[in-house]
Design a protein around this ligand. Structure first.
Ligand SMILES: NC(=O)c1ccc[n+]([C@@H]2O[C@H](COP(=O)([O-])OP(=O)(O)OC[C@H]3O[C@@H](n4cnc5c(N)ncnc54)[C@H](O)[C@@H]3O)[C@@H](O)[C@H]2O)c1
Length: 239
């Protein structure tokens, strides 16, 4: 039976690239609000799942486990919101961003813990350079700094470390990938040249480059790596 790779937010862009990277060796299960943007491999599947809903995450994990041992979990589902001054962020808007990006990560991880332990699997939570810097670096706006998005992604790093320590005795590794500016729908295409000019490597990253980092962290090559945050940002932020 092929091991399963469960990818939240796997229907497009970075999550889709992650799903494609695991597809040759894993049965891919995608949990996303929307159906995949392209055709899935024969043994891959998509389940409608809103990660804000814990019961939906439990159903998603149950469906994944029914397909095989849960060897890989990647939580990529997230939302962002336009930069506005903090005084213009409505409490409900703050709650939406934290709800998907951070509480969603908790829901997915909590629902998957037993299955990961049973399979000696590995998890990656997708954070962001925004968490490291504390504001939306290279994507600045005089209007604001996206504190909800940045705080949610900083929370994801902290959650990763807590999970890594708690699950290490069970043989489960938990790591984080923090992308910089990546080609896709999150950054309007007309801004790519201006952003690329400020990246030491001279371009935006590609979804496949984030997928490769996730694949490494879940592979035997990273067998002694846990609780790590892997920055994949073209040199725009260095620890
Ligand atoms: N694109 C970038 O430049 C960039 C930079 C840093 C970090 N990231 C992070 O990488 C990840 C992927 O980014 P992307 O550019 O592919 O984003 P995207 O917006 O293109 O895709 C996000 C996916 O998540 C899904 N989703 C949204 N809300 C959901 C919910 N409540 N439940 C389930 N699924 C939901 C969407 O349907 C979509 O398929 C995100 O965690 C994002 O924060 C992206």
């Amino acid at each position: 039976m092929r091991p399963v790779a469960l990818i939240t937010g796997g229907s497009r862009n970075i999550g889709w690239a992650i799903a494609q990277r695991f597809a040759p060796t894993h049965r891919v299960v995608i949990g996303d609000l929307s159906p995949p943007s392209s055709a899935l491999a024969d043994d891959a599947s998509w389940f409608e799942c809103d990660v804000r809903d814990y019961a939906a995450c439990e159903r998603l994990v149950a469906a994944a486990v029914a397909a095989g041992p849960l060897s890989v979990l990647v939580h990529s589902a997230a939302i962002t919101r336009p930069a506005v001054p903090v005084t213009e962020i409505r409490p409900g808007e703050w709650a939406d961003v934290i709800g998907v990006n951070l509480t969603g990560a908790f829901h997915v991880a909590r629902a998957a813990v037993d299955a990961l332990k049973a399979a000696q699997g590995s998890a990656v939570l997708i954070s962001s350079r925004a968490a490291r810097v504390g504001y939306a670096a290279l994507n600045p706006s005089p209007a604001g700094t996206k504190p909800h998005y940045c705080a949610s992604k900083a929370g994801v790093i902290s959650l990763t470390r807590s999970l890594a320590v708690e699950l290490a005795p069970h043989g489960v590794r938990v790591n984080c990938v923090a992308p910089g500016s990546i080609e896709g729908d999150m950054i309007p295409r007309e801004r790519w040249p201006e952003i690329a000019a400020r990246v030491p490597l001279g371009r935006l990253g590609k979804p496949e480059e984030i997928a490769e980092a996730c694949h490494y962290l879940c592979s035997p090559a990273a067998s002694y790596v846990t609780g790590h945050v892997l920055d994949v940002n073209g040199g725009t932020w260095m620890n």
